[in-house]
Write a protein that binds this ligand. Structure first.
Ligand code: NOJ
Length: 485
């Protein structure tokens, strides 16, 4: 099956592209918007590898209509974008709702709908209002209440037109990179502790927002609400039992920590994570495990609170216990808790390591989700390839082809219930701690140009062809045309 050169996509598989507010909008201090943690973080010298900021980014706040022209050119079924919390609620809290913020997203949503493009909204793609960070951000258990209030404002304001809500994008990256490793905003150095507290509060915040939708809005608005989890695959580096076991531990740390409380029958954090963090905590002299517990009520409250599994996937890492020694990683820490060494083996790494091309990993990850969580409907909410630039991006096309081929295997052979596929990203944008230098776009963005000219790459032509034929042709190489917006 995998060797077929031309494969029809399922008729009902929806195809789209994604972006996120902070990465594209710019207008960081426009009207009454307050700074987000990322606005502040990227203004600190040394935090962003290429020294850039997202103050202007792609200027989509001004040029969203051109983004929609690009979406029309591609012929997508839907557009996944995110809403900036501090643009809607400048105080973080729901005491003050910004009229101009609401107006901006109303215009964007209405323009999409009038062009027959379905808007798919992420409520939180990492740009927390700084005011809430000053109160502890995701380490404060009250965040769940504040997120609930924010979600209610969004359902009330936009829910008449939004039928797919994604509460939170990639909890691991928020918690581990933001509160454990200092790589991401807010840059807190509390490894082995901060990421676990954040994990619990993020999961509870998601569940609260889902319950609000379910109780107060679903009947009338008739949409769905779920969470997106980074589901890169993790497996043993060799077939030795110790390495296989390390792989099984690692996938629970990577994915299960967030998915198990929501999607499993038993709920709560996964046993493997509980066992390992508890053991290390004891050895380190902590009176209690560094991993917080969910109460019985919380376990019940969280279970089953996602109408679909939002699945982001880029690559696979391999784990071995051979050569692992205590002291290799800071203590306490997430990596030390896993107790194994991770690598991409000898797969050739891309411009950013997490796009190392390992297509069979996406099939394994989809199957793992199916088998672990009772075959949930899966929306692939991100998949894509980052480069250092270039208009004729055959490496990106090759990545997409290989990954889609494996997704089709997952659908046809493993019977995974995949509803949609989303390419990351519509255009180049601010790639977090890598700044503007890493390019994920089907469209290139000229940051030197005041109007941020967007030029179609070969991959834009390729994706357009995929969408119009609904066929994956592994041999198809598009001819580059001169198209810009
Ligand atoms: C996942 C994140 O959701 C997105 O914001 C990021 O740009 C991509 N990965 C690529 O790294």
């Amino acid at each position: 099956m995998a060797s077929k050169v031309v494969r029809k996509l399922p008729d009902d598989l929806k195809l789209g592209v994604a972006t996120a507010a902070f990465q594209i909008e710019g207008a960081w201090s426009e009207a009454d918007k307050s700074p987000s943690i990322w606005d502040n973080f990227c203004h600190i010298p040394g935090k962003i590898k290429d020294g850039t900021t997202a103050d202007d980014a792609c200027k989509s706040y001004n040029f969203y209509k051109r983004d929609i022209e690009m979406l029309k050119y591609l012929g997508v079924d839907f557009y996944r974008f995110s809403i900036s919390w501090p643009r809607i609620l400048p105080n973080g809290f729901a005491d003050k709702i910004s009229e101009s913020g609401i107006e901006y997203y109303n215009k964007l949503i209405d323009e999409l709908l009038s062009n027959k493009i379905e808007p798919v909204v992420t409520m939180y793609h990492w740009d927390l209002p700084q005011n809430l960070q000053d109160l502890g951000g995701w380490t404060n258990p009250l965040m769940a209440d504040w997120f609930e209030e924010y979600s209610r404002v969004l359902y009330k304001s936009f829910g008449d037109r939004i039928k797919t809500w994604i509460t939170i994008n990639e909890p691991k990256q928020i918690g581990l990179f933001g509160y454990g490793l200092k790589r991401f905003a807010p840059g807190i150095n509390a490894h082995g502790i901060g990421e676990y507290i954040a994990a619990k509060n993020i999961v509870l915040a998601h569940a609260k927002a889902w319950h609000v939708y379910d109780k107060e809005f679903r009947e009338k608005q008739k949409g769905v609400c779920g969470i997106t989890i980074a589901t890169d695959f993790r497996e043993g580096a060799t077939s030795s039992p110790a390495d296989i076991d390390a792989g099984l531990d690692a996938i629970q740390f990577e994915v299960g920590l967030y998915a198990h409380p929501i999607f499993s029958d038993e709920g709560g954090f996964p046993d493997r994570v509980k066992r390992l963090v508890n053991k290390r905590s004891k050895e380190q002299g902590y009176p209690k495990s560094r991993l917080p517990e969910f109460t019985k009520d919380e376990i019940e409250f969280v279970k089953g609170t996602s109408d679909f599994y939002g699945f982001n996937h880029y690559s696979t890492k391999f784990y071995t216990r051979v050569g692992f020694e205590r002291g290799m990683y800071p203590e306490p820490s997430y990596d030390d808790d896993i107790g194994a060494i991770a690598s991409y083996l000898d797969y050739e790494q891309g411009a950013i390591p997490h796009v190392t091309v390992i297509p069979q990993g996406i099939r394994k990850a989809l199957k793992w989700v199916k088998e672990s969580y009772n075959n949930p409907p899966i929306m692939i909410t991100e998949n894509g390839y980052g480069t250092l630039g270039g208009i004729e991006d055959y490496d990106r096309i090759s990545y997409f082809k290989k990954y889609l081929n494996c997704i089709l295997d997952a659908i046809e052979i493993d019977h995974c219930n995949v509803l949609s596929y989303t390419a990351w990203s519509l255009m180049d944008n601010f790639e977090w701690d890598s700044g503007l230098s890493i390019k994920f776009g089907l469209f290139q963005v000229d940051y030197e140009d005041d109007r941020r000219k967007r030029t179609a790459r070969s991959s834009a032509m390729w994706y357009r062809n995929l969408l119009s034929t609904k066929t994956l042709n592994l041999d198809h190489v598009p001819v580059l045309e001169d198209i810009s917006f």
